[in-house]
Write a protein that binds this ligand. Structure first.
Ligand code: IMJ
Length: 254
């Protein structure tokens, strides 16, 4: 029970395939009190249905592209809980056309949008979270190998994930003195809603099965288990890191 009595905020749950759902299951097993945010009112009902299986789970709305939403969320959390021990940032978005086109055609607006929602949002959330994380704790975000190596169609998301991973290091440096750690989990490819439309996804999943040291793909629950570890005191000496949960795929040369 490594998260027993800890208040954990999970941002970016959409459905039962979400990596955020794997993290929620894992954190719940380890005794956490779970708080969730959702983006749009149309999604509220389906997310509420999922949360029926998590007794005591609380749900707030938050659009991370709006500073006011983030401020309001953490003010509410301060009032309702007093202290938060962990935050999972499991949020990304790019315009669909920027994930189909060549990267060279990315528009100024598309570039700004992907970086705003997928990378800057971690900075804005961390800034607000520090005032509620008065006992220290862990902020965790999700990234992908496309931040470092060219993956087909990942395009502007790769650039945004590179900015996100670098933000993790600078945030770790700023918040370390408050005993707030900031880390990223680089997940292998998983068929979530965010990956379903990807043209070459099956080929990429196959490449992991043939090349990765473990010769299999990963699922959201085992990614979630590492998220839980990074929010817990078990990882108290770890900050500013990118930890891979990808069956070891990233270490292979060919
Ligand atoms: C996404 C695009 C291209 C290749 C991809 C992915 N591969 C994987 C993903 C190989 C595994 C999923 N992934 C790691 C993401 O970060 C996805 C981000 C994303 C997905 C969408 C789809 C729907 C949409 N905008 C999006 N923005 C970001 O409209």
């Amino acid at each position: 029970m490594i998260l027993k009595g800890k208040n954990i905020l999970i941002m970016g749950l959409r459905n039962k395939w979400s990596i955020a759902w794997g993290a929620a299951q894992s954190a719940q097993e380890q005794g956490a009190n779970l708080i969730f945010t959702y983006l749009s009112e149309e999604k509220r009902e389906s997310i509420e249905k999922l949360l029926d299986s998590i007794p005591g789970a609380i749900l707030y709305s938050c659009d991370v592209s709006k500073d006011d939403d983030i401020t309001r969320l953490f003010e509410t959390l301060k009032k309702d809980y007093g202290v938060i021990h962990g935050v999972l940032h499991s949020i990304a978005h790019a315009n669909t056309k920027d994930l189909h086109n060549d990267f060279v055609n990315t528009s100024r607006d598309g570039f700004a949008h992907a970086n705003n929602v997928s990378a800057y949002s971690l900075v804005a959330v961390s800034k607000a979270a520090q005032d509620v994380m008065t006992e220290g704790g862990g902020i965790v975000t999700l990234t992908y190998l496309g931040a470092e190596k060219v993956m087909p169609n990942y395009n502007v998301m790769g650039v945004a994930k590179a900015a996100l991973e670098c933000s993790v290091r600078y945030l770790a440096s700023d918040l370390g003195p408050k005993n707030i750690r900031v880390n990223a989990v680089s997940a292998g490819p998983i068929k979530t809603l965010s990956a379903r439309g990807v043209k070459d996804l099956d080929r990429i999943l196959e490449a992991v099965e043939t090349k990765a040291p473990l010769r299999r793909n990963v699922d959201a629950k085992e990614v979630g288990d590492v998220v839980t570890f990074l929010m817990s005191d078990m990882s108290r000496g770890v900050t500013g890191e990118v930890i891979y949960v990808d069956s070891g795929y990233n270490v292979m040369g060919i």
